[in-house]
Ligand binder design. Structure first.
Ligand code: FAD
Length: 499
């Protein structure tokens, strides 16, 4: 409530925020987490907390009146439909030349993502986080993050026979016949639970196609891991449906920061404005959320001490999607697990790592679908548009060209070997590449540039960045394990030296 004073305030409840909250609480600090999205702990009218992927409803999108599915079309038909404006779970945020998909609610991106929990190859780490000691990360913080997140790999024997991974086995066959290394990719999904889903003994989630709009069972989102442990300390409170709009010094040195937030109704209306004082503020609003806040606060004079690196070094992890049309003798399966478990690694030779992704439509499509992570060199910057009163990003759609070329090093060769073609009906009509979007925003408050080498913002003691904004645009694989491991590393140092 207005007037309250808290020792530590965390803005956002995704990976970075959840790690910071747990470790601060374990160190004896009272932590207050503020989250603009909903708590996602109450079933809707259908008895389920989350909507199904194939039947988006009011719960599915963050303050939009029409859905904006990443795959906009199927067989030439547009899939999007009108929905009531609501503080739903998936934000399709349109930032100039790119749509940035993000999770909204307690648990951040862990609510909506595929749970692929990938540690980058050690030889690629220097390019991911150049100022961080790799030895320390691979010895201590990656293992700590993987343990905290509950990461595990599919049982390889079960994989061979599971109908729901027919699509992944087809993906493997095609990768290997073209000479590409095929790898199993760990995930935070409960694999034993998935076996029970396949056996028909429990409520289906991955095998009911749940993904993007939340999983009702099986996936270990942050609500079940870091946030559950944080709550168990008794020292962490979470306030959902509150959006932080300002952080500014409360007075003289040591007086802390005045944090202003808007309380939101589920239709997005602001119902109250509150200001509290926090000794320390941890920015964990995600790459876009943290960058937008910091760019605005610097430009408007609320945080004048921030340096000129704020808002820079933003990348989209080289995300690009595509589908391939298989022959009739290569069906990919009617029931596909929504949880991907494998990938094609052509990073060293071609700059692309492609996840063999599901297309859980409930019908046989003979399609193979892929989300590629590529070594796209382009980086964008956020800036304050004073006239419009908003933060903008200068990403250009054409900057995906290198990503497409890198992805083609895999799929052109597979198509040639298999005598197959690209699907042209998934992202519009006659459009092969899903090059308009990212699931993996990274950067905007880059480590050792906008902050020191542990996430302390320059110019304002007691302000920290702890989320994906620290990572300069690319992780070579899916990002949340790296975001978590970096947060573990940084918060350990901050607790040891700053408290
Ligand atoms: P986030 O998890 O984005 O959390 C930020 C939180 O802050 C959000 O809950 C947001 O609502 C809140 N917030 C923002 N602004 C404010 C404000 N002003 N006030 C209060 N709260 C605020 N990554 C993987 O590694 N593997 C995958 O399989 C994978 N699949 C994905 C699939 C989809 C569809 C999407 C969208 C993402 C996927 N990702 C995946 C990416 C991953 O989820 C993100 O990289 C990760 O969640 C980022 O973590 P974070 O801590 O930086 O921030």
């Amino acid at each position: 409530d207005t007037g309250a004073r808290v020792p530590a305030l965390v803005v956002g409840t995704g990976y970075g925020g959840s790690v910071a909250a747990l470790r601060l609480a374990q160190a004896g600090v009272d932590v207050h987490m503020v989250e603009q999205g909903m708590a996602w702990d109450t079933p809707g009218p259908d008895g389920k907390i989350f909507a199904n992927t194939t039947r988006p409803d009011f719960r599915s999108y963050w303050l939009r009146t029409r859905t904006k599915a990443p795959l906009s079309n199927f067989l030439g038909f547009p899939l999007d439909k009108d929905v009531p404006r609501y503080t739903g779970i998936l934000d399709a945020e349109e930032m100039g030349g790119i749509v940035v998909y993000q999770g909204r609610g307690v648990g951040g991106g862990s609510l909506v993502n595929g749970g692929m929990a990938v540690t980058p190859k050690r030889e690629n780490f220097a390019a991911v986080l150049p100022s961080v000691d790799a030895e320390e990360m691979y010895r201590t913080y990656y293992p700590r993050a993987n343990a905290g997140l509950g990461v595990a790999t599919v049982d390889p024997a079960w994989f061979e026979t599971a109908e729901c991974y027919r699509y992944a086995r087809v993906g493997r066959k095609h990768a290997q016949r073209s000479g590409f290394p095929f790898v199993f990719v760990p995930d935070v999904y409960d694999w034993d639970y998935m076996k029970q889903e396949a056996a028909g003994t429990v409520q289906k989630s991955a095998l009911d196609g749940e993904i993007l709009y939340g999983n009702n069972a099986g996936k270990k989102s942050l609500q079940k891991t870091y946030l559950a442990r944080a709550a168990a300390t008794g020292k962490v409170t979470v306030t959902p449906l509150h959006r932080v709009t300002s952080v500014t010094p409360a007075g003289g040195p040591g007086a802390g920061y005045a944090v202003t937030m808007e309380q939101l109704a589920t239709n997005g209306d602001v119902t109250a404005v509150k200001t509290v004082t926090a000794d320390r503020v941890f920015f964990a609003a995600g790459s876009v959320g943290t960058s937008k806040l910091l760019v605005e606060l610097k430009a408007t004079g609320a945080l004048p001490g921030l340096n000129d690196e704020i808002g820079k070094g933003w990348g989209e992890n080289g995300n690009v999607m595509c589908g391939r049309a298989n022959h009739m003798w290569d069906p990919t399966g009617k029931v596909q697990s929504s949880i991907p478990c494998s990938g094609i690694d052509n990073w060293a030779a071609g700059g692309a790592f492609a996840e063999v992704a599901p297309l859980p439509t409930g019908i046989e499509t003979y399609a193979s679908f892929y989300l590629s992570i590529t070594k796209n060199p382009h980086r964008a910057a956020f800036s304050w548009n004073a006239a419009a009163g908003r933060v903008e990003l200068n990403w250009q759609t054409a900057w995906k060209r290198p990503s497409i070329d890198m992805a083609r090093t895999i799929f052109d060769r597979i198509n040639e070997r298999e005598g197959t073609i690209y699907r042209t009906d998934l992202f519009g009509t006659d459009k092969i590449w899903g090059d308009h979007l990212t699931y993996h925003p990274l950067g905007g408050a880059v480590l050792n540039k906008a902050t020191d080498n542990y996430g302390r913002l320059h110019g304002h003691p007691g302000l920290y960045v702890v989320d994906g904004a620290l990572i300069p645009g690319n992780t070579s694989v899916n990002p949340f394990v790296t975001i978590t491991a970096l947060a573990e590393r940084n918060i350990e140092r901050i607790i040891a030296t700053d408290l």
